[in-house]
Structure formats: C-alpha cells, structure tokens
Design a protein around this ligand. Structure first.
Ligand SMILES: *Cc1c(COP(=O)(O)O)cnc(C)c1O
Length: 389
C-alpha cells in the first residue's frame, strides 16, 4: 500500500467533514427504539473511532477485518481464545517474551500444548507439526537476533495440517511485509511499536484473512472486552498517517548504523537482516520489500554484562528503555531487561549473549546516531584503560 493510499485510508468524518477522525469519548449510543440505532449500541462492542482504526488497519494489511485491543498481548490473547483444550501450538523458538509467558503460564495450564521450534528451518518445522497443531505462530524478524522465517513456505505447511498461520508482524511493520499476501491467516501487531510510533501509547491489533475468522475474533473481542479506548485509537490513527515516512527513515538509519558497527574493532557480531552476511538475508530480501527494519543488535568483543552496562549507560541520543519503533532512538540490554526472565543457558543458546545490545533506530540523522555510538565506544574504552592503570 503506497504512502498516498495509507494517508487517504483515514476517512473524513461523514457527519461533520472533520478531516481528522473525531474521538468518540462515549460509553453508549442513544437508540430510536430498542435495537434501532446507527450501527453502534455500546462502546465495548463498537465505537466509531475504533472502527475507523480497525478499517484502516485491515486495509494496511490487506485483510478482511481489523480489531484493536488494549495492548499487543491482549491482541495475542484474543487469537489464543480460538483454541480448545487438547489443541497444540507450534511456535517460533525465540518468540517475544510476553507471548512465551502467556502461552506457557496461562494457556498450557488450560490444556493447550506449545512446542517451540526453529521456524527458519522449514523442513524441521514440517516434521514438528501434527494433526493436533491448530496454530503455527511465527514472528519475523524475531527479537533481538532478527531471525527471518519464510512465511510463504510455512503457510503451505500450515495448510497441509489444516492449522492457521499467525504472523506477529510487529518488527517488519506492514510497510516492509504483508503476511496475508504471503499466505498467513492472521496478522497481529503490538501497535505500541512502529504503528503508534511515538512511544506514547500501548495498543494491539489483529487482522484476519477471512470473514469466518473475522466473526470469531469479533466475538472474542466483545466477549472478553480487552478493547482499545477511543483516545488511543485516535493516536494510533495519527501514527499510521506517518508510518511509511518514519519506517523508511528508521530502516535507512539502521542500515547505516549496522554497517558502522560491522567495521568496529570493539564489536564481535552484528545482527541486521539487511546485511549481506546475515544468516537469513536472502529470504528477508525476498519477502520484506527491501526494508529491513529499525532494529540492530550487536555483541561487544568483551562479552560481559559489565561491558554492556557501561555502554548502554553512556549514550546520549539512544535512550536506555524497553520497547522499540518510536521516533526517538532507544537501546536496551536484553539479558537484564527484555529477556531477564529467560534462564541464562536458554538465552545463550538463542544467541542472546551477555553483552548483546539492541538498538531501535529512530528518525534522527544517521550521522548523529553514529557519532553517539562512536563517542560511547571512546568513553568506555578510556574508562577501561584508566581502571587498568
Ligand atoms: C512488544 C511486543 C509484543 C507485545 O505488545 P504489547 O503492546 O507490549 O503488549 C508482542 N510482540 C512483539 C514482537 C513485540 O515486540
């Protein structure tokens, strides 16, 4: 979807002509007679501001319908509620930590089995699915080592066992990747990240491929009630208007930062799907529209938590915080922050070593971001020399 189409998918208000979508801050809607209304009866079931956002997101992902939830995890939760006890999920092994917690500590208890596999290896995945598999759950690229899975090939495996393919498209954004075009049945987003884009809200989105799935998610959304409020719907719509512009700039910045880090003597590894030497570069290139996202992870030569601590505490523009995808650059230390709940051995085997640092590039000038990193490398190596004396 072009930037023009995205911007003009935001409707003017049919009632007043207001060019921005009004915030319908209301809990209920006056009816002419019982059951006779303008399509809205109670704000959990439907709200005009939310409906505008949901329609925009459905177009953005090329699906049948969109659904807005209070957070990304509430969106994920709504999809899991399609399952019954005895069903099985086959999920990407380095899944988002919050999704892992929900799957294993909430849904396994209710009789849903979850198997974690390396979905970058399609043959391996084909061996792991069974007739009980009801969902294949992938993220691509993943967090924080940016592994990329072949969505089209995986959709064929899902079809072969009648499972639904769900793609968490948060890291690619709809600008880089259209999972439904590649065969996915459901797309989810943490709207908190690129789609909102300003680090000023939490939100979750679901987009469904078919009317049948739309009806099921709509039912769960109303039955469970984890909807996004009208004000946050408004902010999310405003974020979407500049999504294309922001995301492209973030990708440009990230590629320059990744190239800079790759050549740095104090860095031992850089993870960025846009680099030719990234393990999954070819598939990323084929399915991501030449856009590789704003996230870059790297490992320090001195692979210790202390070294990482010194680095992440020393930057000027990259602010130390969890989350990603906003206009301001952020950095974090997964071993102590986003992935702290994962046992060290498991973390290491997923490639998240002690000094791995994750950058989320914002829309500042690349030259300033690189200077910030360069200054930090100088600062930490000076401190080290001083300590050595
Ligand atoms: C942040 C995130 C989520 C969870 O979203 P919240 O809005 O924080 O609930 C899910 N998946 C991915 C890939 C994320 O980065």
């Amino acid at each position: 979807m072009s930037a023009t189409k995205i911007i003009h998918s935001v409707p003017s208000d049919p009632l007043t002509g207001s060019i921005s979508v009004p915030v319908y801050q209301t809990s209920t809607f006056v009816q002419e007679a019982p059951g006779v209304h303008k399509g809205f009866d109670y704000a959990r079931s439907n709200n005009p501001t939310r409906k505008a956002l949901e329609d925009i997101v459905a177009q953005l992902e090329g699906g049948d319908a969109g659904f807005a939830f209070a957070t990304g995890l509430a969106a994920i939760d709504s999809v899991l509620k399609l399952l019954s006890a005895g069903d099985e999920i086959v999920a990407v092994d380095d899944i988002y930590g919050g999704a892992y917690r929900l799957f294993t500590h909430v849904y396994e208890k209710l009789g849903i089995d979850v198997k974690y596999v390396d979905t970058t290896d399609v043959e391996n995945l084909a061996h792991e699915v069974t007739s009980r598999t009801k969902l294949i759950w992938i993220e691509s690229p993943t967090n924080p080592t940016l592994k990329v899975s072949d969505i089209e090939a995986i959709s064929r495996i899902a079809k072969s066992v009648n499972a639904l393919l769900v793609v968490d498209n948060t890291f690619a954004s709809p600008i880089a990747q259209k999972p439904i075009d590649l065969g996915a049945d459901i797309v989810i987003h943490s709207g908190t990240k690129y789609i909102g884009g300003h680090s000023d809200l939490v939100a979750g989105l679901v987009v469904t491929r078919t009317e049948e799935l739309s009806e099921k998610i709509k039912f769960v959304q109303n039955a469970s009630g984890g909807v996004l409020g009208p004000w946050d719907c408004f902010l999310t719509i405003r974020g979407i208007e500049t999504l294309d512009l922001r995301f492209r700039k973030q990708c440009e910045n990230a590629l320059e930062v990744a190239r800079y880090l790759e050549g740095h003597p104090l860095v031992s590894a850089v993870f960025y799907p846009g680099l030719e030497n990234h393990k999954n570069h070819d598939i990323a290139k084929a399915q991501q529209n030449g856009l590789y996202g704003g996230i870059v992870s790297f490992v320090l030569k001195e692979d210790t938590q202390d070294a990482a601590n010194a680095f992440v505490s020393g930057t000027q523009y990259f602010k130390l915080a969890e989350s990603l995808g906003g206009v301001k650059s952020l950095l974090c230390h997964p071993a102590q922050m986003t992935h702290a709940s994962i046992p060290r051995e498991k973390r290491l085997s997923a490639g998240i070593t002690d000094s791995l640092i994750r950058l989320s590039c914002g829309i500042e000038e690349a030259v300033d971001l690189i200077k910030d990193l360069e200054n930090t490398f100088i600062k930490v190596s000076r401190t080290k020399e001083a300590v050595a004396f």
